[in-house]
Design a protein around this ligand. Structure first.
Ligand code: IPD
Ligand code: CA
Ligand code: CA
Ligand code: CA
Length: 270
């Protein structure tokens, strides 16, 4: 049983409160007010309400920390203090179609002595199943009281791989198709479930053996990447480098499968 840090307790409490509101809104989804931020880029009153709840709860607990939130953007805090990176509803398109696969993603990014910033805490909370996937840097990744480990599968022929497919106005269809063409014939299955934070959390939990996607935002991946790393997995860009955020390319898997998937991806992009 892990000892929960005070910060984790604060974050989980906020996520549960916002999750209760999301469950309520999900049951009334036909009546929700929805608008479009761009092509196929929907936002509902549920996204905004959940974000407001998370902001209020976390601000009260950590008044001088900054925020980066999908809907509300940046709220400045003390630059020497951490900031929260929040996706209040990852999987909005699922949510709006009555598909119960969506999550809240909260990460904490801290300044380091060398002037950089790193993610030190991550929570992906799935309101419908009431599951918390959480990680703290150097302290492992957890699901309720159980330590998370990435899958131990070694063979591509056994592997179930998740991805995010580009859609109207978003992403590089040609690149995605090339990578799909290289990976799909080699693996046991490919899934597109529609919530990037959960895709990464499920790689950490060993449910998926690997995952690739590009064209994401920091709030989609900040918590999930820490989960995968703390569960013993790897997240790189498509070149196998350590700049997935900067290059906006995410390839995640256990060590053995990562090498194999990376070879296929590199071959596809040559
Ligand atoms: C989306 C989901 C989806 C991914 C999209 C994201 P949202 O987030 O994570 O899986 O493919 O690129 O925008 O908008 O539902 O929070
Ligand atoms: Ca969105
Ligand atoms: Ca998202
Ligand atoms: Ca979102």
């Amino acid at each position: 049983m892990p000892s929960h840090s005070g910060l984790f307790t604060v974050i989980e409490r906020a996520a549960r409160k916002a999750g209760t509101a999301l469950r309520r809104d999900f049951n009334e989804v036909q009546n929700l007010q929805v608008s479009r931020k761009g092509p196929a880029d929907f936002v509902s009153i549920a996204d905004k309400r959940a974000e407001q709840t998370l902001f209020e709860e976390l601000r009260r607990a950590r008044p001088d920390w900054g925020f980066l939130m999908e809907e509300g953007g940046e709220v400045a805090g003390d630059p020497n203090k951490p900031r929260f990176i929040i996706d209040p509803l990852d999987g909005t398109t699922n949510f709006l179609h009555g598909i119960p696969h969506f999550a809240i993603s909260i990460a904490v990014e801290e300044p380091t002595p060398s002037g950089k910033r790193e993610i030190t805490t991550g929570l992906v909370y799935q309101p419908i199943t009431d599951e918390s996937f959480w990680a703290e840097k150097g302290r492992g990744a957890w699901h309720t009281d159980q330590r998370l480990r990435v899958s131990a599968r070694r063979d591509l022929s056994d592997a179930l791989i998740a991805t995010g497919i580009p859609f109207l106005g978003h992403g590089d269809f040609v690149q995605w198709s090339r990578i799909f063409g290289a990976i799909a014939p080699e693996v046991a299955g490919i899934r597109r479930f529609g919530a990037a934070a959960l895709d990464l959390a499920w790689v950490a939990a060993g449910r998926f053996d690997g995952y690739w996607e590009s064209g994401l935002k920091p709030w989609d991946t900040a918590a999930g990447m820490l989960l995968v790393k703390e569960a013993g997995g790897y997240v790189t860009d498509f070149r196998g480098g350590d700049k997935p955020m900067e290059r906006n390319e995410f390839l995640a898997a256990n060590d053995g499968l990562h090498v194999k998937l990376h070879k296929l991806v590199a071959g596809a992009l040559r």
